[in-house]
Design a protein around this ligand. Structure first.
Ligand SMILES: Nc1ncnc2c1ncn2[C@@H]1O[C@H](COP(=O)(O)OP(=O)(O)OP(=O)(O)O)[C@@H](O)[C@H]1O
Length: 276
């Protein structure tokens, strides 16, 4: 009798009580979380809440200490992660720091398909180069194709790394704090590009980590809010990103506005509270 897979192919992330523990300390979890094919998620929470730890399971970089993690219809722990990883596009600051300064942007993007960084050895196919330029175009960065990575601004680097993450036509796109370190113009440019991506029916399911509600691109559909490793709330974005939930997660009285699909948060001074 054959083994019938019970895994739903439309579920790209299917975590059941996943938890990561190191040295007796729980970094994140238990988290039960499902991300479907057409969903765009934001993972939000204070410093140290466990966002990157959770994303590292989704990137097949670490296995949970306990719980079950299904990724792209495969069971983490039973699948060869080297086959899984090309199906997942990842942009993170740890990756950004590993890129050699003299890497030419076009080669950096093309090399994603070969899972190499800082190695220009193969003669890449012309088709790959064409696709790399298309990916750069989709992030408004085609003019940077011939530049070396070390000469780019922070904002340009972020856009180039997202183009690289999209190069393999991944089923799942993971973006760890893509707007960190950007100035207002850079942030707004990136938010607009990610909003365009969210509206593209061919775009992969996406998970974006951020600390700031202002960085949530319009069109993102769902949110997961973490505090001290645990889920405060998760689900449709407007149900999760609320003043009440943010107040709880950030342990401060937060008021929230939504204008033209964008969120804006600030601390509310409680009655009788004076500036110190
Ligand atoms: N290898 C490790 N060993 C011990 N503790 C760790 C390890 N990696 C992370 N941590 C701790 O786990 C907690 C969660 O870290 P994580 O990086 O996932 O949080 P985060 O929400 O992404 O934080 P930030 O917003 O500051 O980037 C933090 O307290 C961190 O210090």
């Amino acid at each position: 009798m054959g083994v019938v897979s019970e895994l739903d192919p439309d579920l790209l992330i299917d975590f059941d009580d996943v938890l990561i523990r190191r040295g007796g300390v729980t970094l994140v979890g238990p988290v039960t979380w499902k991300v479907e094919l057409d969903e765009k998620w934001v993972v939000l929470g204070p410093n140290g809440a466990g966002k990157t730890s959770l994303l590292r399971i989704a990137a097949a970089e670490v296995h949970p200490t306990s719980g079950k993690a299904h990724l792209l219809g495969e069971v983490l722990g039973r699948v060869d992660v080297t086959e899984l990883r090309p199906r997942i596009g990842l942009s993170s600051s740890s990756l950004a720091h590993r890129v050699p300064a003299d890497e030419v942007v076009r080669d950096l993007v093309v090399s994603a398909g070969y899972a190499v960084l800082g190695r220009w050895r193969e003669r890449y196919e012309e088709m790959d180069t064409t696709r790399a330029v298309e990916m750069l175009e989709s992030l408004g960065a085609e003019h940077l194709a011939n530049r070396t990575y070390g000469t780019l601004s922070e904002g340009e680097r972020k856009r180039v790394l997202i183009a690289r993450a999209l190069m393999t036509d991944p089923e799942l796109l993971l973006l760890d704090e893509p707007a960190a370190g950007l100035d207002l113009g850079g942030r707004e440019e990136l938010v607009a590009r990610l909003s365009d991506l969210a509206a593209d029916p061919d775009a992969p399911a996406t998970v974006l980590i951020t600390h700031h509600v202002e960085e949530i691109p319009p069109g993102f559909t769902h949110a997961l809010l973490l505090k001290e490793g645990e889920v405060v709330s998760q689900g449709l974005i407007d149900d999760v990103i609320t003043a009440e939930n943010l107040t709880h997660a950030f342990s401060q009285a937060i008021s929230l506005d939504k204008v033209d699909g964008r969120f804006f948060a600030r601390r509310t001074r409680l009655p009788g509270q004076h500036r110190r």
